[in-house]
Design a protein around this ligand. Structure first.
Ligand code: ARG
Length: 470
């Protein structure tokens, strides 16, 4: 097949070179952006008198027909035509003749691919923003249901202090809130229009880049043609957003795996969200959580790969940049899938509140509260810590928990202990005594629910604003 750039060549391309060079197998997912970008470009060329209005009309109609064919599965993508840009342009020219061959005036694939990728990232970011909100909403729904579900909080994976399940889930809500902010940043950096940079140094034709930006709803235009064709920062930023989000999802995954073990028994996943074993009939495995944890490594890899691809590249376009796609596409798919499946998984999981309550009543997670009790009776904290340490050692020896010890037993360690100490040890009391801002008390938690509702409302507004910029 004749190449669109074949003028100076006298031999056919080696088959392996065609296969190695081609990106069509994966960049065909840019077809909508490529067509929309070309329509905007052709419209601008006609407005500027660079091509005729007749040619523009033929191009626009031809591109619309191709779009319909691709969507109907009636378009044969060819590896010899290398990428989405040349596949579409070659087909257009085949159909409408010279008008099609005029489309690439004042344009290079270097600025064309940059335009497609900016538009594509913007569209996906807007979709992910929506999915992120839906997942945060699910977390908040479950948290509100468990505003009084007591459980042990952990440090070093050892029981630390009593908390509520709501407080634990809201920790994730807050992480995702930062992810959302980062995502808006990615959108902002992707929202800058590169077309008109040409291959590297702009064009001799009287183009109107701002008109193209306006048609495609970009709010900015790259002010430097060399930066325009070689910038992949927005892709790196997306991959770092995705890495951090997946890290959060992976930490949650680890907890879901632990919590659904017999040893913890804090949750049970819905049957529709768990899997069995081909050999062991009793098994109910948290495969989805393990996969999310596993796929996080792959997303990190994609970020590092992009960083590494870029680090030694001289300006401007080098074919290395074609490697910006597969990792990005994979990270996008992974993030979208994870947010969607986790939303329903969280909403349907069974929370074993009795088991959580039992756990927090059969441990030493109330020890700090006992030390605080002594501090309130006048003992300096360090001394109180030591006294309670002795009480804990004694209880362990006697095979008891702090709630099981009698006042007489406590009196061996300090005269300051009085009957009211039992109340101080009650896990619910421990939680509600933690009234500091950001703490787990019911009162503080209720305030945080209000904040979270507001955050979600603001995010909805931000999300709607993105739609208008697509
Ligand atoms: N498929 C190429 C890419 O994704 C398009 C740009 C090719 N430009 C070039 N001068 N070879 O980067």
């Amino acid at each position: 097949m004749a190449k669109l750039w074949g003028g100076r060549f006298s031999k056919n391309t080696n088959e392996l070179v065609d296969a190695f060079n081609a990106s069509i197998n994966y960049d065909k997912r840019l077809y909508r952006e490529d067509i929309r970008g070309s329509i905007a470009h052709a419209t601008m060329l006609a407005k500027q008198g660079i091509i005729s209005v007749e040619d523009k009309d033929k191009i626009v109609q031809g591109l619309k027909d191709i779009l319909a064919d691709i969507e109907a599965g009636k378009f044969d993508f060819s590896v010899e035509l290398e990428d989405i840009h040349m596949n579409i342009e070659a087909r257009l020219t085949e159909r409408i003749g010279d008008a099609g061959a005029r489309l690439h005036t004042a344009r290079s694939r270097n600025d064309q691919v940059a335009l497609d990728m900016h538009m594509y990232v913007k569209r996906e970011v807007a979709e992910i923003a929506e999915l992120l909100i839906r997942f945060e909403e699910a977390l908040l729904t479950v948290a509100k249901k468990h505003d009084k579900t007591l459980m042990p909080g952990y440090t070093h994976l050892q029981r630390a202090q009593p908390i509520t399940f709501a407080h634990h889930l809201l920790a994730y809500f807050n992480m995702l809130r930062r992810d959302f902010d980062r995502l808006l940043g990615v959108f902002d950096r992707a929202d800058i229009m590169p077309l008109g940079a040409g291959a590297i140094a702009g064009t001799t034709f009287p183009i109107d880049r701002f008109f193209v930006a306006e048609q495609l709803h970009f709010s900015k235009v790259y002010p430097n043609s060399m930066d325009a064709v070689s910038d992949r920062d927005y892709i790196l930023e997306f991959l770092s957003f995705a890495s951090i989000l997946m890290m959060h999802m992976s930490r949650l995954s680890e907890e879901l795996c632990l919590w659904s073990s017999t040893e913890f028994g804090f949750i049970e996943l819905d049957d529709a969200f768990a899997t069995g074993s081909s050999m062991m009939p009793q098994k109910k495995n948290p495969d989805i959580s393990e996969l999310v944890r596993g796929k996080t490594g792959r997303v990190y890899g994609e970020m590092i790969a992009m960083m590494t691809t870029l680090k030694g590249l001289p300006l401007t376009y080098n074919k290395d940049l074609q490697e910006d796609k597969e990792g990005l596409f994979d990270a996008i798919d992974t993030v979208k899938f994870t947010l969607q499946v986790y939303r329903d998984m969280i909403l349907t999981m069974q929370v074993k509140t009795d088991r959580m309550k039992w756990a927090v009543s059969h441990d030493f997670s109330n020890a700090t509260d006992l030390a605080d009790y002594l501090v309130r009776k006048g003992l300096p904290f360090r001394k109180a810590h030591a006294v309670v340490g002795k009480c804990v050692a004694y209880a362990i020896k006697e095979n008891k928990f702090l709630l099981d010890m009698t006042l007489a037993e406590y009196k061996q360690f300090s005269d300051l202990f009085e009957p009211d100490l039992m109340q101080a040890l009650d896990p619910e009391h421990c939680v509600n005594a933690r009234v500091s801002y950001g703490g787990p008390s019911y009162v503080e938690n209720d305030k945080q629910f209000v904040v979270c509702d507001k955050v979600l409302a603001d995010q909805e507004t931000a999300c709607k604003a993105l739609e208008t910029k697509l």
